[in-house]
Design a protein around this ligand. Sequence first.
Ligand code: SF4
Length: 397
Amino acid sequence: MTILDSTNPMHRLWSEGHWNKLTVAHGCYWKQCTFCDVGLNYISRYEMTPTDRLIQQIEQLVAETGRTRFHFVDEAAPPAALKSLALALLERKIKITWWGNIRFETAFSPDLCRLLSASGCIAVTAGLEAASDRLLGNMKKGITVDQTALVAAGFKDAGILIHAYLMYGCPSETIQETVDSLERVRQLVAADLIQSAFWHRFTVTAHSPVGLHPDEHGLRILGPEFHGFAENDLLHSDGRSETPDWLGEGLRRSLLNYLERRGLDLDVRQWFDEAVPHSTVPSTWLKYQLKNGVIDDSSETERRCVWLGGAMTYELRGNRSRLIHAKSEQEHVIILPESQAEWVQQLIVTSTPRSPSQAYPHIQQACSQFPGTVSDFNTFLKTSSWKRIRSIGLVLV
Ligand code: SF4
C-alpha cells in the first residue's frame, strides 16, 4: 500500500492538496539533540518571526494563492510563538487551517492545545525518537516518554492529530530497549494518541554532536571517505550494540499494521523474524499514566484567561442566574448566584479575543474581582460550575 491509498487522516495531510509553507521561527530553540545537525545554521541560528510579521505573511499568502491551508515547516515551532500566533489569528478573525512540527514538551498543556485547535491547528508532527527514557536522556531530547503520553493526550482531546518520528539503532540501544519502545508505541497508537508514525534508523550525521565526537558516544566512524563532496551521513560501528536489518523490518511491519488499526492486541515479539525478548513494559503503562500522570503545571497561576466558547446569554430567575451557552447543538445551562454569574459574564467579555494585542485577564486579576474572599474564589474553582465553564471554552494559557 502506498501513502496515496491510505485512509489514515494524517497521511492524507502529506499527500493531498496544496499547503502554503511558512516558518514560525528560524532554527531550533532547543538545539541540543545529539543526533541533530545542531552545528549548522539552519538549526543553530534561532530567530523567532514576530507575530505581526507572521500574520502579514499569512494574509499575503492567502491573497496570492486564494488558499487558507498552512504547513509550518519549522524544525521545532516554539510553544510561546504558537500561542501568540493562535491569539493573533483569533483576535483578527483570520480563519486558516494549519499544522506544524513541534517538540513534545510539557509547555503544550491541554489548554494550549485547545487554543491552537481553536486557531485552526489540525495536526502536529514531533519526535518521540527512541521511546525510551534512557536513550532520550542520552540524546538530550529534553522529554520523557511519560510526559509525551500526557502531552499527546492534550492534543488528542483538542482534536489535533499527531505524527511521531521514531528512531531505532541509537548508540548503545539494546534489542530489549527496541522491543520496549515498540510496546510503548503500540499502546500509544491503540489509545489513538498517535495517528501516524515512522521508524527511522539512527544515522550519524557529520555536523551533529555524535558525528563530531563519536568516541564520547561509544561509536567509531567507518566512512565514507572524503571524495571532494561533503557527505553528511556517516557509516558507524557501535561497540556496545548491534542493529540487525530484521529489527528494522519488524518495526516497519508493526507500524504499517498499527496505523491501519491491525494487530494492536498482538504481542510485539510477533512482528520480528528472529526471537526477541519479552517486553518489560507493563501492558497497563499508558492507562496508568493517563490516570495518574501529571503535567508539570507550575506556571498555571501565571496564566491568562482566554474564552474560546462564543456567546453566552444570561437570564435572571429569582435570586439565581442562568448562564446559557448554545454554541453547539447542545445547550449548557449553568445556574449561579447573581453576583457570580455577573462575574463570569464579565470574565468572558474581557477574555474573548477581539482586538490585536489585547490584555487578557490574569487568573489573579479575575480573583480580585470575584464577589467574595480569596478562599471563596478558591472554593469556586473546585465547583462543577467552574469546571463546566472551563470545558465549554475558558482556557488558561
Ligand atoms: S532534533 Fe529537533 S528538537 Fe532536537 S535539536 Fe534538532 S531540530 Fe531541535
